[in-house]
Design a protein around this ligand. Structure first.
Ligand code: RB5
Length: 150
């Protein structure tokens, strides 16, 4: 299960990802809003979608705002979320392989629908490699828990 969410700036791209990819591929998804182009702040969407990941209602979140940055900043404040703002294929692939990212953030004013769908596809279909990368994820988690890692 994937949860997808956006602010007003990301709303049109969110709809394109749903209609042009998730539905076509038969991928189960939750649309956590927003549901119109009316102003809706990215922190609300980020927290709502990321809470669903942490609660186990979804495995990964796809988040869209204007730049992808604000929504990624908000997402990364949710404990247990590793959100990556991506606008290229390599980053979307390796943030899964090396960072075990559980949220992909994109900017609707940065990437077009075609590229966004490629990014979602590689993000959802790349496995975490574990091994030495798990050590680094554990360090991130320790920082999140207020521990010193250096
Ligand atoms: C909204 O205008 C815009 O600021 C927001 O979508 C995002 O780009 C912030 O990071």
């Amino acid at each position: 299960m994937v949860v997808i969410a956006s602010d007003h700036a990301g709303f049109p791209l969110k709809e394109e990802i749903i209609n042009g990819y998730l539905k076509e591929k038969g991928i189960e998804y939750i649309d956590a809003g927003c549901y119109s182009p009316e102003r809706y702040d990215y922190a609300l969407s980020a927290q709502k979608a990321c809470d669903m990941v942490i609660e186990g209602k979804a495995d990964k979140a796809i988040l869209v705002c204007g730049t992808g940055i604000g929504i990624s900043m908000a997402a990364n404040k949710v404990k247990g979320i590793r959100a990556a703002c991506c606008s290229d294929y390599f980053s979307a692939k390796y943030t899964r392989a090396h960072n075990d990212a559980n949220a992909l953030c994109m900017g609707a004013r940065v990437v077009g629908a075609g590229l966004a769908i490629e990014l979602v596809d590689v993000f959802l279909n790349t496995e975490f490699e574990g091994g030495r990368h798990q050590t680094r994820i554990d360090q991130i988690t320790a920082i999140e828990n207020g521990e010193k890692v250096y």
